[in-house]
Design a protein around this ligand. Structure first.
Ligand code: PLP
Length: 395
């Protein structure tokens, strides 16, 4: 029987899909002393950060920021753009699309869902059909989660934009890019996204606590007519402030971290960052496909063209609990991976591969998970880590 009482030693390997690893240089930047947020030096740093965020979002339009996690930016989008009784079309992807839908319902918004099998993802033809059927243009916004962190599947935003254009539907296009931004290509302006929701603690490698929205000119026009109650989140209130964001104190410390995060991303090059995520993700998938050999754990996402480069959800074989694997990886090997969310609880574990990561960190995580599978008696084909190594050595 394995001894589970050993104290964890060595580095804590962190492979959750948010929050993510914080590089040492960002950690140091975050230890900055408090400063007056109206101080000239800080304003320069702040404005540089907003400009940098726009480059990462690939937008030249507005960005508003909130002291709050991603949920705050979700809520900000809805209350700034909609009125009670308005309808939104939510493209089902998994736990996060459902949570956004529940939030909309709580805010008095009517929700129409494009239903989807979570393992395959929504058909874009179904999205287009829903838009085409809405001849009265009751749908005011289409909401899509770019990268569904619960299932490890991507929605093709450019194709959704094309569906809006093909039907001539005037709805706003809202995209949650919380777990894709800074890890996978996202093009707010080119894809005609009207509101893009981002957060600090995923690809941007910062602690949780700040979120933001890129907002198009079309969305600003819709904002002028929106009647849902708002104050802290009000974009109009924000435009009246020196920082054009933040009703209240600006979280100054996070901006020292953000400036360093943006420096790291731009030093590596945004496209190089995406390429690194894509390599590491494929390494993880090679490993999981190998494990699946003996009726072992398998990739949850069954659409090969929708696989996420920032998180991989792994489906356990029938009769085996993902939580046991997770617990053993943590207690025996000091490796943290994500669990299944909502209805996938116990059925899925998730390996986050976004943010500050390299090959040995990924291989260390995969090695610990493979050992946990062995310890927990979960069927699998041993040697998945070797399959990942063989790929990563050549990639
Ligand atoms: C993490 C995440 C959220 C929620 O963000 P919080 O910061 O936890 O509020 C929303 N959507 C997606 C896709 C996420 O990955």
């Amino acid at each position: 029987m394995a001894d589970l009482t050993r104290l964890p030693r060595g580095r804590h390997f962190f492979a959750n899909p948010g929050p993510t690893n914080i590089p040492d240089s960002i950690q140091h930047a975050l230890s900055h002393a408090s400063v007056d947020f109206m101080d000239g030096g800080f304003l320069t740093l702040y404005e540089g950060c907003v400009a940098g965020l726009k480059r990462v979002l690939k937008t030249t339009q507005e960005v508003f920021l909130y002291t709050g996690s991603g949920h705050a930016a979700w809520e900000a989008c809805l209350v700034n753009l909609l009125s009670a009784g308005d309808r939104v079309l939510i493209i089902e992807s998994g736990h996060f699309s459902q949570s956004w839908a529940r939030m909309a319902i709580d805010l008095g918004i009517e929700v129409q869902v494009v239903a989807a099998d979570w393992r395959r993802g929504a058909e874009i033809a179904a999205v287009q059909a829903a838009l085409a059927a809405d001849t009265g243009h009751a749908i005011k916004a289409v909401c899509a989660v770019h990268n569904e962190t619960a299932t490890g599947a991507v929605l093709p935003l450019a194709q959704i934009r094309a569906a809006l254009d093909a039907t001539g539907h005037p709805a706003l296009f809202l995209a949650d890019t919380i777990s894709s931004l800074g890890s996978m290509d996202f093009r707010m302006d080119e894809w005609g996204v009207d509101a893009a929701v981002g957060g600090s603690q995923k690809g941007l490698m910062l602690p949780v606590g700040m979120s933001f929205t890129g907002v198009s000119a079309k969305a600003m026009a819709a904002h002028a007519g929106s009647k849902l109650p708002k104050h802290y989140f009000s974009w109009t209130n924000m435009l009246g402030r020196r920082h054009r964001s933040f009703v209240g104190t600006v979280p100054v410390t996070l901006f020292y971290g953000l400036a360093e995060a943006l420096r790291l991303i731009e030093e590596e090059g945004l496209e190089q960052v995406f390429a690194r995520h894509s390599r590491l993700a494929e390494g993880v998938r090679r490993c999981v496909r190998h494990w699946s050999g003996n009726k072992g754990p398998a990739l949850f996402c069954e659409s090969r063209d929708r696989l996420s480069d920032s998180v991989t959800a792994v489906l356990m074989p029938e009769g085996h609990n993902a939580e046991a694997v997770r617990r053993t990886a943590l207690q025996r090997f000091n490796v943290s991976i994500g669990g299944g969310l909502g209805p996938l609880s116990g059925k899925v574990f998730r390996i986050g591969h976004l943010g500050d990561l390299n090959e040995p960190m990924i291989l260390g995580t995969l090695g610990a998970v493979e050992m946990a599978l062995r310890i927990e008696g979960v069927p699998h084909a041993p040697g998945g880590v070797g399959a990942a190594m063989a790929y990563l050595a050549e990639a």
